[in-house]
Design a protein. Structure first.
Lengths: 353, 264
């Protein structure tokens, strides 16, 4: 026994996780604060803090904010920041989920046609539905949501018809074909209705411009369910990393797990796309940054990507509305324009290590 | 100790029958090695036992029939070390070994203290402690083979299947890994089924050899009855000398021969 006791303890999992949690939480708090405080109407830090505290139950403080400041804070900045956080967290988690089930580092949440389907749905409404009101709900987000879900479901049905076992490669190929088909249809409709080009284009580039609490409530249930299912699969995603056959010898049905994870990720992605348009790159860059820092196990990649994705998108939105103020740059442009070089820098740094 | 019985096991890919029908009995706690030329069906037969390929016939492990059994129950009876494993790039050795506990962990659960204790014990047993925090891709072939063994070991199955466990290893590491398997077999009462190409090593470590040719067993028994010059010439199309060493082991020595390329 003494010989055993003298041995150094075996390290089964990484001890550095806490540091990365602190970093991610710090980034989120920093981004959230900047997202609320920075903008054309300068809000005082103290006033904002007091006003936020004042909204807690049983707390009565006077923030000293003017009625205009309070409107800016509660009707513009906060819903926009919160919506950005939810969309970022959902896209990053969905991207991580896709990368896990397809064992493909380039997988993103739009891979199986979610983007193309949402694009077609939104374009159809913009082109054919009258802009007049009279709809019980805003039809563009609803159509985008349905389009995304239909496209991914089609990919899956096509793939399963070709390969009953639902192998990852077959599903991926089917997704590529379905995405191309939906994109072609969308381009055709767009061509036929050239006057809608601008509307469609600005929708596709993604925006949080008109974010309201209504949007937040719309996306939140889907984001919550999607994230809960993805998080519940964090260990299973690690098991899938050894391939379908080996996962099977470990007692895991890989194709079934893949279907559930893709379903959950698609639900979240479709909801995010519906309220914010197509915001690219978040689903790839954030999980990869997490992997570079905290390692590849999905027990860390998934939750850290959620926090990091929220911080990343709040930051990107801040840039989107400040770099060319008073005009806004589409947030999808910002995520790619600043995200890509940053990612390359990190990769380079890692390769040198 | 747990015996394995195969009855009329046959594996087909489309119209081509790769294996069988094969009847096979593996005594509990013994080591059976499948040998045979390339394409003889060794891996297919092993995969049938592991439940990886659809097959006809039945496989019983300790009296329980594997066909129709849920994957989790099966994964508690049979562990497989594949010939070419899929190595996740960025998992550590510790995390990878813990994956072997999957059959004991609820669908959405994580490892218990007991699971961690089992993994730690296996890592200690295979002297992998210093590697536990390292990434899999940083390991040498011999180290990796021990890690694969550790993952299979923490599955705590009575039956261990190894597909070509020594192919990628040098002479010394081949002996080290096979010696380790033999120790584990003795320590934990494991029933071991392997496929192997190196006939000398197969004869040195296995209790029973089964020679497969075109999917069917054509010779079986103790190594010295199976490893004969005539049999190997006939089924492998190989020119070999089989000599018996001082300790009774059969050594198969290939030499530059005159056998024409074997046609079908």
């Amino acid at each position: 026994m003494t010989a055993l006791a003298a041995r150094p303890p075996v390290v089964l999992t990484r001890p550095t996780t806490r540091r990365w949690w602190l970093a991610a939480a710090g980034a989120l708090v920093g981004a959230a604060a900047a997202g609320v405080l920075v903008g054309p109407a300068g809000l005082p830090v103290r006033g904002v803090l007091l006003d936020l505290v004042g909204h807690l139950p049983l707390v009565h403080v006077h923030s000293g904010l003017s009625a205009t400041d309070r409107a800016v804070l509660w009707q513009i900045r906060l819903p926009r920041m919160v919506l950005g956080a939810i969309v970022g967290w959902t896209l990053a988690a969905s991207g991580a989920g896709y990368q896990g089930v397809f064992r493909n580092p380039l997988a993103d949440p739009y891979l199986l046609g979610a983007a193309a389907g949402a694009g077609l749905g939104a374009t159809l409404i913009i082109a054919y539905a009258p802009r007049a009101s009279g709809w019980p709900i805003d039809p563009v987000p609803a159509a985008a949501f349905i389009g995304a879900v239909v496209a991914v479901a089609t990919s899956y049905v096509v793939a399963t018809a070709a390969d009953r076992r639902g192998g990852a490669a077959t599903v991926l190929l089917a997704g590529v074909a379905v995405a191309a088909f939906f994109t072609a249809a969308q381009t055709y409709v767009q061509q036929q209705h050239a006057s809608t080009l601008h509307d469609v284009y600005s929708w596709i580039l993604g925006r949080l411009t008109s974010a309201s609490w209504h949007d937040v409530l719309l996306v939140l249930p889907y984001a919550a369910v999607s994230s809960a299912v993805l998080l519940a699969h964090r260990r299973r995603l690690d098991v899938l990393s050894v391939g379908d056959a080996e996962a099977s010898t470990l007692g895991v049905h890989a194709a079934r797990t893949r279907l559930v994870v893709v379903g959950a990720a698609t639900l979240g992605t479709a909801a995010a796309v519906a309220v914010s348009g197509l915001i690219g790159f978040v689903g790839i860059i954030v999980p990869h940054l997490v992997r570079l820092g905290a390692g590849g196990s999905y027990r860390r990649v998934l939750p850290l990507s959620m926090v990091g994705g929220a911080a990343f998108l709040i930051g990107a939105d801040l840039l989107a509305r400040t770099v060319a103020a008073p005009a806004e740059v589409p947030i999808g442009v910002v995520t790619a324009f600043f995200g890509a070089p940053f990612f390359l820098l990190v990769l380079r740094h890692r390769a040198r290590r | 100790m747990t015996a394995v019985h195969l009855r009329d096991v046959a594996v087909s890919y489309g119209r081509r029958t790769a294996v069988g029908p094969v009847d096979l009995d593996v005594d509990g706690g013994s080591w059976l090695c499948l040998i045979g030329p390339n394409g003889a069906g060794k891996t297919s037969l092993l995969h049938a036992v592991a439940g990886l390929v659809p097959h006809a016939g039945s496989v019983h492990v300790g009296g329980q029939r594997l066909e129709g059994m849920g994957p989790t129950t099966r994964a508690r009876l049979v562990a497989l070390v594949p010939q070419i494993p899929t190595i996740p790039d960025d998992l550590t050795v510790g995390e990878y070994v813990l994956l072997g506990r999957t059959p004991y962990i609820a669908r959405f659960g994580v490892e218990s203290d007991h699971d961690r204790a089992v993994a730690t014990a296996a890592i200690d047993r295979l002297e992998l402690g210093v590697f536990a925090g390292r990434l899999l891709r940083q390991l040498s072939g011999g180290e990796l083979q021990r890690v694969l063994l550790a993952r299979a070991l923490v599955q705590e199955t009575p039956v261990l299947l190894l597909d070509e466990p020594t192919t990628a290893l040098d002479l010394g590491h081949q002996q080290q890994v096979l010696g380790l398997v033999d120790e584990l077999r003795a320590d934990y009462g494991l029933t071991v089924v392997t496929t192997m190409h190196d006939l000398t090593l197969a004869g040195a470590y296995a209790d029973t050899l089964v020679l497969l040719n075109e999917g069917r067993p054509v010779a079986r028994g103790q190594p010295d009855s199976v490893l004969s010059e005539e049999t190997l010439r006939r089924y492998y199309g190989a020119d070999v000398r089989v000599v018996t060493t001082d300790d009774g082991t059969r050594a198969v020595i290939p030499f530059r021969g005159s056998v024409p390329a074997r046609g079908r």
